[in-house]
Ligand binder design. Structure first.
Ligand SMILES: Cc1ncc(COP(=O)(O)O)c(C=O)c1O
Length: 459
């Protein structure tokens, strides 16, 4: 018998979580203006809002924190992290930031100008926010296969090379400051990008003299998928694949709250000394001096250790195995999910789940609310609310898919929790025809509205 995967760690400390009643949850979500971000964490039983900063640190990370050097300048923790980034990712220069969007803010302050065009694979919302905030445009060049949740494709995060070439051909020279590849591609369902695709996109970038930047939050999960799914990589280890991936990048932004398994932190990795110098100015302005940039020494120590743990095969196998375990349970109940399963989350296809809810009434948000009321499980909408309005016309932008994302925090929940989530969603699925309402916006912010939006039910 083939032995199943099992976690490569055991549990040393636990945190209680509380169950509540259906009636309480119906009231709480109403009080929260039907926005799951407004719920208190104690009103949630299984929290799958995000895998960002919600993972469990290891004993090695906690002990590394005790050795943190809190010197303002030249802290040993900075050099420890610098060495880990050079060793694992291959970048000579780096700037610490307090999280991923801060890395975007610093780097884009140097690179992005009004009227610029940034092609990529389904830019993440903060990334797009930082581009549009600078009056530039993010163009999604993800392959069409990503938008058919039933289609089996090993690398649904890939860039469509023809779409990329078209954007380059149609954009005036000098107006594309970089091509941005997100690994894995969160917005398409935590889907990986193949090394063949990365190197093809990189060859095009080189041909046109355009730098290549990686949004790297889940780079290790991407490397794991390459090892498992891509021809020619089965015998390479995850860290060799990571090195090869990053060999195609001129710079990278990182939200360390994902694959580096820390609760807060980020950084920018750079090859060019000149770009490093330019970005340092903004880092000091927005984040902090170059050797701490928004992070305490202890956090940099935990991050350095986390980068090593996050790139271990046995860890990745159980992490991605748990996500797939949830996906498989849902699939067996006939629940429509993005397939193959992503690295950090299961994405439920809300249009196929609730076809009776009109798109202008926020289908995936409606489903998220129903799942919360059913079982106290908090997911997040990845659909029209998240897509925001067009910056010029102010009309709603309707993305290809309306998804409910169930993001699994790293090393945090057991498979019994996954079974609980699957049962909760199955109960909603069984009564899906009775769900006869959608949602209307009462109040929204001009950009990145999904965090603070207030909604009411419409029948
Ligand atoms: C792909 C991607 N890029 C960037 C970010 C932004 O990172 P942070 O939340 O640390 O600011 C995220 C966060 O979820 C992400 O998923």
């Amino acid at each position: 018998m083939k032995l199943p995967y099992a976690e490569s760690y055991k549990i040393k400390m636990v945190e209680p979580i509380k169950k509540s009643t259906l009636k309480e949850r119906a009231q709480w979500i109403k009080d929260a203006k039907y926005n799951l971000f407004n719920l208190k964490s104690e009103q949630v039983f299984v929290d799958l809002l995000t895998d960002s900063g919600t993972g469990a640190m290891s004993d090695r990370q906690w002990s590394a924190m005790m050795l943190g050097d809190e010197s303002y300048a030249g802290a040993s923790s900075y050099f420890k992290l610098k060495d880990a980034i050079k060793d694992l990712l291959g970048f000579d220069h780096f700037l610490p930031t307090h999280q991923g969007r801060a890395a975007e803010n610093v780097l884009f302050s140097v690179l992005v100008k009004e009227g610029d065009v940034i092609p990529g694979n389904a830019h993440f919302d903060t990334t797009k926010g930082h581009i549009e905030f600078r009056k530039a445009r993010a163009v999604d060049c993800t392959i069409d296969e990503a938008f058919d949740t039933t289609l089996d494709h090993p690398f649904k995060g890939n860039i469509d090379i023809k779409k990329l070439e078209k954007v380059i051909a149609e954009t005036p020279k000098g107006k594309i400051p970089f091509i941005l590849i997100t690994i894995t591609c969160n917005s398409a369902g935590g889907q990986p990008v193949s090394l063949a695709n990365i190197s093809e996109a990189s060859a095009i970038a080189k041909k046109h003299g355009i730098p290549m930047i990686f949004d790297s939050a889940r780079f290790a999960e991407n490397a794991y998928f390459i090892k498992i799914r891509e021809e020619g990589y089965h015998d390479k280890n995850v860290r060799e694949i990571v090195k090869e991936m990053f060999s195609h990048a001129d710079a990278m932004t990182m939200s360390s709250k994902k694959d580096a398994i820390v609760n807060m932190g980020g950084f920018i990795g750079l090859r060019s000394e000149d770009l490093f110098q330019k970005a340092s100015v903004y880092n000091i302005l927005f984040e902090g001096y170059v050797t701490y940039g928004g992070m305490s020494g202890r956090d940099m120590n935990a991050l350095a250790q986390g980068l090593y743990e996050g790139t271990e095969f046995s860890y990745l196998e159980s992490r991605i195995g748990q996500v797939a375990h949830l996906g498989q349970m849902l699939l067996e109940e006939g629940i429509p999910v993005q397939f193959p399963f992503g690295g950090h989350a299961i994405f439920v296809d809300a249009i196929r789940f609730l076809p009776q809810v009109p798109r202008e009434q926020y289908i995936a948000q409606t489903l998220a609310i129903e799942l919360y009321i059913e079982g106290g499980v908090r997911g997040v909408e990845i659909g029209t609310l998240l897509a925001d309005r067009d910056p010029v016309s102010r009309e709603n932008r309707y993305p290809e898919l309306e998804m409910l994302r169930l993001a699994i925090p790293r090393r945090t929940y057991t498979n019994n929790h996954m079974a609980y989530v699957a049962a909760s969603l199955k109960n909603v699925y069984d009564r899906r025809d009775e769900i006869s309402y959608g949602l209307r916006i009462v109040q929204e912010a001009p950009i990145m509205r999904h965090f603070t939006v207030e909604l009411e039910k419409v029948y």
